[in-house]
Write a protein that binds this ligand. Structure first.
Ligand SMILES: Nc1ncnc2c1ncn2[C@@H]1O[C@H](COP(=O)(O)OP(=O)(O)OP(=O)(O)O)[C@@H](O)[C@H]1O
Ligand SMILES: [Mg+2]
Length: 251
C-alpha cells in the first residue's frame, strides 16, 4: 500500500470465500475510509453476511486479504480482530439472555476494557457510571434490571447495538439492524444508530431501502458474491443493473 496516503480504515483485496464447495464471495475488492457510512445491499444469499463473517474472522478466506488501517487481519482470530478495532452485531441478536440488560453491558465493558481499562473500571463507581451512560444512550434505563431474554425485539436489538459499540471499535459491522421491526420501530432504531454511532465508521447490511437511503453515504451492491455496484445512494437508485437484480424492476 502507498506510504503517501493514510491506509483506508478497511480494505479487502481479491477476497474469495467458498462454502460447501460453492463460491460465495468472488474477487471482492473494497475500501472503506474512516467516517464513511456504507450500506451493503443485495438479494438473499448474495454473500452479505459471509462478507461480515470474513471481515470478523469467523469464516476463512480461500484467497485474498483483509486489512484494517494497513494491518493485515485475515490471519488473526476473531477476538484479535475485535481487539484490533472491528465491532459487530449479528443477523440474529447475540446477548446473554439470562443476564439483566445492565449486566450484559457490564460484561461487554469489562470484556473490552484491556488491562488499563480494567484498572479504571475497578476504581470507585466507574463501572456503574459507564453502565448508566450506556443505558441512557440506548434509552434502556427503564429496562436495566430486565433479563435480556424477556426484552421486546426492538429493545433486544438496541442492547445488542450497545454491546457492539461499548468496545469503542472504530469500525462497526451491523447485520440487518432493523430486520423484523415495524416501520415505526425501524425508524427509531435508525435514529438510535445515527445518534450513538456518529463517531464510528459503519458497514451496515440492510434490506429496507428507505433505511439504506437514510443511513448511508455510500452503497455497495452484492450479487452472487461479487460487487455489482458501488456508489452514492443516488447512483445506486439510478443504476439499471441494480434495478434489474435487486429492485425487481427488470422486465
Ligand atoms: N455454512 C455454509 N455452508 C454452505 N453454504 C453456505 C453456508 N453459509 C452460507 N452459505 C451460502 O452462501 C451464500 C451466501 O450466504 P449469506 O448468508 O452470506 O447471504 P446473505 O446475503 O447474508 O443473505 P440474506 O439476505 O438471506 O441474509 C448462500 O447461498 C448460502 O446458502
Ligand atoms: Mg445475511
Amino acid at each position: 500500500m502507498s506510504t503517501q496516503q493514510p491506509a483506508p480504515l478497511l480494505a479487502l483485496q481479491g477476497v474469495h470465500c467458498v462454502l460447501g464447495g460453492q463460491p460465495v464471495l468472488t474477487d471482492l475488492n473494497l475500501q472503506v475510509q474512516g467516517g464513511e457510512r456504507v450500506a451493503v445491499i443485495g438479494p438473499n444469499g448474495a454473500g452479505k453476511t459471509t462478507l461480515f463473517q470474513v471481515i470478523s474472522g469467523l469464516r476463512p478466506l480461500h484467497a485474498g486479504s483483509v486489512w484494517l488501517r494497513g494491518r493485515r487481519i485475515d490471519r488473526l482470530s476473531p477476538p484479535q480482530i475485535a481487539r484490533a478495532g472491528v465491532g459487530r452485531s449479528f443477523q440474529t441478536p447475540q446477548v446473554f439472555g439470562h443476564l439483566s440488560v445492565a449486566d450484559n453491558l457490564r460484561c461487554a465493558l469489562l470484556a473490552h476494557a484491556g488491562s488499563n481499562g480494567l484498572r479504571r473500571l475497578a476504581r470507585d463507581t466507574a463501572l456503574e457510571q459507564d453502565t448508566a451512560a450506556w443505558l441512557h444512550a440506548l434509552q434502556l434505563q427503564a429496562l436495566a434490571s430486565a433479563r435480556a431474554q424477556h426484552l421486546d425485539y426492538a429493545s433486544l436489538r438496541a442492547l445488542e447495538l450497545g454491546l457492539a459499540l461499548s468496545g469503542k471499535a472504530p469500525l462497526l459491522l451491523l447485520d440487518e439492524p432493523t430486520a423484523g421491526m415495524s416501520r415505526a420501530q425501524a425508524g427509531e432504531m435508525l435514529d438510535l444508530i445515527l445518534q450513538v454511532c456518529r463517531d464510528r465508521t459503519l458497514l451496515v447490511i440492510e434490506h429496507d431501502l428507505d433505511a439504506v437511503f437514510r443511513l448511508a453515504s455510500r452503497v455497495i451492491v452484492l450479487h452472487q458474491g461479487r460487487a455489482l455496484a458501488d456508489g452514492t445512494p443516488q447512483d445506486i437508485r439510478a443504476d439499471a443493473r441494480v434495478q434489474a437484480v435487486y429492485l425487481g424492476l427488470a422486465p
